[in-house]
Design a protein around this ligand. Structure first.
Ligand code: 3LM
Length: 403
């Protein structure tokens, strides 16, 4: 058995090759073909001298799984490779990643600007918690508004594209220019696009975060988060946001993520094709008052999405059915789309954002951000598109008639 570690995949390899191979290689000791699960909290450093060197950062190596673990490290390296980042740091959830960014890079007196809507939990963090620590938060309606609210105190500009749940496409390059003009760092939550469609670091972002719970995992069996960035920002985030805050990803979850990410390109192709086909069919249905899908030419962000999302438009479709009653009737009539929050799973999921994921934002904010009572969010899975379209059609028919 060879003791030589095999070459990790080269950075020049294509995306699908890196999705399969980046971050791990057959284990040099055993030849194990899949990255082993290192279920250990601590690592023997052998001598007191080596322990001191590890803690002083004079020698690199594993010594405690809150700081680093080989299975988790493989996941971080795979994400870094796919996002085109120097490094990545894994967290126990998407919200763990978001709060680590806030606690690492903000201090009292700083300001944060975001372009809403963001995922309800992220807005909850920004609006509900940061104010208590003396951080001022601005909600910008569009790029002009963003330009107006940023100033020399702005430390972070927080963006999502497409937005959850309204699927607005944000011009990341233009927003990054506005942020950098005042010296702010740009955080892009890339959960909805995934690096297969959009690589925000190439468009000027400084930190790219994910709820890895969603498309990166793809199978609805793990809660996880991750942030990709350059070496300096990653090191700061690992030291303060991970080591001193502690939202840690476990090795079993990292294993599931590594397995899921190998098929990210295949799954994204299927999600995008299914969502596009569904949007084309239901857009003219009389029960649909508005449809939000960046792949439709009438979507205001269509041209931008075509450039920014690798010619594809994602796996989410939001429909406005006019009233909460119509939305709920529709959701209750769906058979293949499971009613559940979350998204990006191989199974199709459906939800009513105003009463679930975004409920805490309150009526006034929801109305301003377009999260209307009639809005339903469909996360299109990888089932047969004709079956999914048939299900949505029958539920639209049923939704038109009160029970
Ligand atoms: C949801 N979203 O159904 P976790 N960023 C984005 C997200 O969509 C999410 C997070 C961060 C949903 C979850 S709501 C109770 C269920 C764009 C999560 C947070 O901490 O891994 O859940 O990520 O929209």
């Amino acid at each position: 058995m060879s003791k030589q570690p095999e070459q990790a995949v080269s950075t020049g390899a294509a995306f699908a090759t890196r999705a399969v191979h980046a971050g791990h290689a057959p284990d040099p000791q055993t030849g194990a073909h899949v990255q082993p699960i290192y279920a250990t909290s601590t690592f023997s450093y052998g001598t007191a001298e080596r322990g001191a060197r590890l803690f002083a950062g004079e020698e690199s190596g594993y010594f405690y799984s809150r700081l680093s673990n080989p299975t988790v490290r493989a996941f971080e390296e795979k994400v870094a490779s796919l996002e085109g980042a120097a490094d990545a740091v894994a967290f126990g959830s998407g919200m763990g990643a978001a709060s680590a960014i806030a606690l690492t890079f903000l201090k009292s007196g700083d300001e944060v600007a975001f372009m809403g809507p963001l995922y309800g939990g992220t807005e909850g963090l920004l609006r509900g918690i940061l104010g208590r620590f003396g951080v001022t938060v601005h909600d910008a309606a569009d790029l002009n508004d963003l330009k107006r609210v940023v100033n020399e105190k702005t430390r972070l500009v927080w963006l999502e594209s497409p937005t959850n749940p309204t699927l607005r496409v944000v011009d990341l390059n233009a927003a990054a220019d506005i942020a950098h003009a005042v010296g702010a760092l740009v955080v892009v939550d890339n959960t909805f696009s995934t690096p297969y469609l959009t690589r925000p670091l190439e468009l000027g972002a400084d930190l790219v975060m994910h709820s890895a719970t969603k498309y990166l995992s793809g199978h609805g069996d793990v809660i996880a988060g991750v942030v990709a960035a350059n070496a300096d920002l990653s090191a700061e985030l690992r030291l303060h946001g991970l080591r001193h805050v502690g939202s840690v990803l476990g090795p079993f979850e990292a294993h599931l993520l590594l397995r899921g990410m190998k098929t990210l390109p295949l799954r994204m192709e299927a999600h995008c094709a299914g969502a596009h086909a569904l949007a084309e069919v239901v857009k003219d249905h009389p029960a649909v008052q508005a449809i939000h899908y960046p792949g439709l030419p009438q979507h205001p962000g269509h041209d931008l999405a075509a450039r920014q999302m690798n010619g594809k438009f994602g796996g989410l479709v939001s429909l406005d059915l006019g009233t909460q009653e119509a939305a709920w009737r529709f959701l209750n009539a769906l058979k293949l789309f499971t009613q559940a929050v979350s998204l990006g799973d191989v199974e199709s999921l459906s939800s009513h954002p105003a009463s679930t994921t975004h409920q805490l934002l309150g009526e006034e904010t929801l109305a301003r951000q377009g999260v209307t009572p009639g809005l339903v969010r469909l996360s299109v899975g990888i089932e047969d598109a004709a079956d999914l379209i048939g299900d949505v059609r029958q539920a639209l028919e049923a939704g038109g008639r009160p029970h």
